[in-house]
Design a protein around this ligand. Structure first.
Ligand SMILES: [Zn+2]
Length: 572
């Protein structure tokens, strides 16, 4: 956190602000936050290309641990003053400190008894390794994230972990550095967290504590083992005014060809874990505690966490079944017992990460069950369950239920997830979302563009094809020197890498040493309904440095540099 890229300048040139992206304490799980942020982006986007880039970066920072209350009436915990209020709070805080080793610090806002009780419940599920970490004093309760640039909404960010860091390649010692910001290690919890229901609140708190653990473990998330499991690769990012021999930034990019990253919470976008190894790590920790299928769906991550993070503690018992058999077994058991809510939970768990084979197996079995005579309760519940899957066949089942008047559309739309997956929400909102985390680099000498398109899985689920359209300009010019398109069909994870040469119309000839602007947009086209939607375009600025090497060589070792603070004394 800490260093806002709005102001832009840094010793490494402003483009270096890209490196601030892997900051944590901020996760982009919020649908609502994204939409509101985008309207701000849209209105500011005209100002200058530089600002656009700045805002997008800020946006990716802020989004981070955000979560929102989509379609749910917030229920503010209510506390009745019983006279011994202060004493009761102090007692609860003392208990928290004794049990977990951290203080609940009053700063702008005081902790209320109900809030302390919820935080206590969340902490009671954490492994011993997350508790009593020397160097972490405690947690603050603030109304909202401060230090955010004007105009960027922060109301939906529930928590943030400090310090942040930046990722720099130091030429003087030929090494990759993660340079941790000089800030007090802490988590700030914001008002919006306490509007969440218990499961989500706990998930967020545990996710943040995983970031804290990571910080104090010399960033396990940057260890060669984790980077290998999670398939993040380092790329080098030259500063706009960079020269040979200068320091430069680096970033860890997810692998678009890898189908699975850590499963996401219901508040997060499907691309959330692909943002950085840190988010993938924190989401894996939440998954380890809360998601029964994690050990089956992500066995390598599970083993790593079991041994290196959770000290062997496990939350779900082991079976000899594989992932698909386990899901099918649970599903059949739920159907036999007519436990429709259990069916919904199973689908929700499966939908945290797109697994086409498991989805089609479930849909086939679901269809067989629905073929029996109509049953309004079962039909409505099974209809809701399909909202958690991405397969277009799930949408087909839902449409049939509506068409045959077995389930009213309104009943489905009242369920938050079904609302998010609905035509209306896609066409009016998700289809307009700009691409994010956009990087230009070269791979084996060929120009590449990589980015996240969080709405892509949803586009596939609703039967849309996506065409990515890019254009490159000289900075300050309105005439593009090159353009191209790249088409994607079906349900795909929302990470895309485009070979600019292959996708270019005509020959691609990019000049070196000149400031260039690349504009990127996505067009969603429905092949049967003849609908077309264009995303809001985004621009990035870059310079191709002659002879600059964009790829990390061999197996890079990343050195963690902690600030000179007593909290990190033992780590430096
Ligand atoms: Zn996070």
């Amino acid at each position: 956190m800490g260093r806002w890229v709005m102001s832009g300048e840094s010793p490494l040139g402003w483009y270096s602000s890209l490196a601030f992206m892997p900051l944590r304490g901020t996760n982009c799980n919020s649908f609502l936050l994204l939409s509101t942020t985008l309207s701000v982006l849209r209105s500011l986007a005209q100002l200058s290309p530089r600002l656009v880039v700045g805002l997008i970066l800020v946006f990716s920072l802020l989004c981070a641990d955000a979560s929102s209350s989509w379609g749910q009436e917030p229920k503010r915990p209510f506390y009745e003053d019983l006279g011994d209020y202060r004493q009761q709070i102090n007692q609860l805080k003392d208990n928290f400190k004794a049990q977990f080793g951290y203080e609940l610090l009053d700063l702008e806002l005081g902790w209320k008894p109900d809030e302390i009780k919820e935080i206590t419940l969340a902490f009671s599920k954490l492994p011993e390794t997350f508790l009593h970490i020397p160097g972490l004093k405690g947690f603050y309760h603030l109304s909202k994230l401060r230090a955010a640039p004007e105009g960027v909404p922060v109301d939906d960010v529930p928590a943030a972990t400090f310090p942040g860091f930046r990722t720099v390649y130091r030429s003087s010692n030929l090494s990759y550095h993660v340079e941790v910001d000089d800030q007090e290690p802490r988590i700030e919890f914001f008002n919006t967290l306490f509007y969440e229901d218990r499961d989500k609140l706990q998930n967020i708190v545990q996710h943040e504590m995983a970031h804290v653990f990571d910080i104090f473990q010399r960033y396990l998330s940057f260890s060669p083992e984790w980077l290998k499991i999670s398939k993040f690769n380092l790329i080098h990012l030259p500063a706009l005014d960079g020269r040979q021999g200068d320091d430069y930034l680096f970033a860890a990019l997810n692998d678009p060809d890898t189908g699975h990253y850590a499963p996401v919470s219901t508040r997060q976008l499907s691309t959330y874990s692909r943002q950085s190894p840190q988010e993938d790590f924190a989401n894996s920790a939440s998954a380890y505690i809360n998601y029964p299928y994690f050990r089956y769906s992500h066995p390598k991550r599970y083993q790593f966490l079991k041994n290196k993070v959770f000290g062997g503690r496990e939350y779900f018992s082991e079976t000899k079944m594989n992932y698909q058999d386990k899901v099918v077994f649970d599903f059949e058991t739920a159907l036999t017992g007519r436990d429709w809510d259990d069916v919904i939970s199973i689908f929700r768990e499966v939908g945290r990460d797109y697994s086409p084979e498991i989805e089609s197996e479930l849909i086939e079995r679901l269809k067989k069950n629905l073929a029996d005579s109509p049953d309004s309760v079962r039909d409505a519940k099974l209809g809701v369950a399909t909202c958690y899957l991405y397969s277009p066949n799930a949408l087909e089942v839902r449409r049939n239920l509506i068409r045959k008047k077995r389930v009213p559309l309104q009943t489905l739309l009242e369920v938050r997830r079904c609302g998010l997956m609905s035509r209306r929400s896609f066409e009016r909102d998700f289809a307009l979302w700009p691409m994010r985390s956009i990087h230009f680099f070269k791979n084996k000498g060929r120009a590449q563009l990589q980015f996240l398109d969080p709405a892509l899985p949803l586009a596939g689920a609703r039967g849309f094809e996506t065409r990515y359209l890019w254009r490159i300009f000289y900075e300050g010019s309105n005439v593009h020197m090159s353009e191209g398109a790249y088409r994607v069909e079906g349900v795909r994870p929302g990470a895309i890498k485009i070979d600019l040469e292959k996708s270019a119309m005509g020959t691609l000839n990019l000049p070196t040493g000149k400031p260039l602007v690349l504009e990127l947009g996505a067009q969603r086209v429905h092949p049967r309904e003849f609908k077309k939607f264009n995303s809001n375009p985004v621009k990035i600025r870059f310079v191709i440095q002659p002879g600059f090497n964009y790829e990390a060589h061999g197996k890079p070792i990343i050195k963690i540099i902690y600030p000179d603070r007593p909290e990190f004394e033992k780590l430096n």
